[in-house]
Design a protein around this ligand. Sequence first.
Ligand code: IPM
Ligand code: MN
Length: 356
Amino acid sequence: MPSNEILKVAVIGGDGTGPEVAAEGVKVLKAVAALEGIQYELTDFDYGGQRYLKTGEILPPGAFDELRKFPAILLGAVGHPDVPPGVLEKGLLLELRFRFDQYINLRPVKLFPGVETPLAGKGPDDIDFIVVRENTEDMYVGMGGFLKKNTPDEVATQIAIYSRKGCERCIRWAFNLTRKRNKKKRLTLVAKTNVLTFGHDLWWRTFQEVAQEYPDIQADYNHVDACCMWMVKNPEYFDVIVTTNMFGDIITDLAGILQGGMGVAAGGNINPEPGGTSMFEPMGGSAPKYTGTGKINPIAAISATAMLLEQNGHEKAANRVINAIQTVTGTKMKSQAAGKMGYTTTQVGDLVCEAL
Ligand code: IPM
Ligand code: MN
């Protein structure tokens, strides 16, 4: 999007502490927009568990046509204690990812100054990589079924789908990102070609083929199990990782804890095509027990806001937000854990705004 257009953002606060952290993201967005002369328009949507319990619908008819008008969605969190697990995840989060064909799930893994990592002897220079997770295929498509359900002979299948188009667009996007990032110039494909000899063979062949177009980038490979080991032992090895949806889900939780946990880890569900609608979110859940206590860490939601700005052509504003976050984690906050920050949720948002 050209950076002189009005930046239209849909805000889905969601459940539990979601609205509280989203509010801090919005606060920082407003502050940086004023400083950088960015025109914006914010629209709130009340989708989530609360609305579902009241009305029986997760996304009302017309929701997609409404949201389609926005290049960006800022999502707080979904998940409600009175709604069975999976309902909101499937009906809202995955639904939006699929319907808007947000085929990139981008998860930066950067240890900010002052943030504690469980890895002994590793610091911000060692933990700085990005995971590009495919976001529309694999076991997430919901294919499969039961045979002889609830009998001793029951069989269940859960099918992983991989398409040439799906992996190629993701791999190519990851190569471009590695080039643009211009750091170690290493793109590591993480898969399991020694066991998943069909689906991950398709990924492997496609990766080798696309790599020919990027002679300046090292096309590297790790099996997913080995990747988990190396990520803990030598996180500094990684620059950009590209991986499948299911493995990406798992390794980004491991990566998330290396960078300080769910209070800081953010992600973007990106449809990079012109006119696409992308969605940005803190990786943590709705943390219902902290609702309204001011204890939840908004840094992840503020990082997600920085990603939103960057993906919408406001790179300078995004960098400004990331720098401000680093000032606050490095010189103000005591911890990234909920209730131990030394400040309330809104105070952390205020500190980031001051540091801008
Ligand atoms: C994530 C989450 C989701 C996923 C769940 C909530 C469906 O774990 O964004 O990583 O598995 O993708
Ligand atoms: Mn996950």
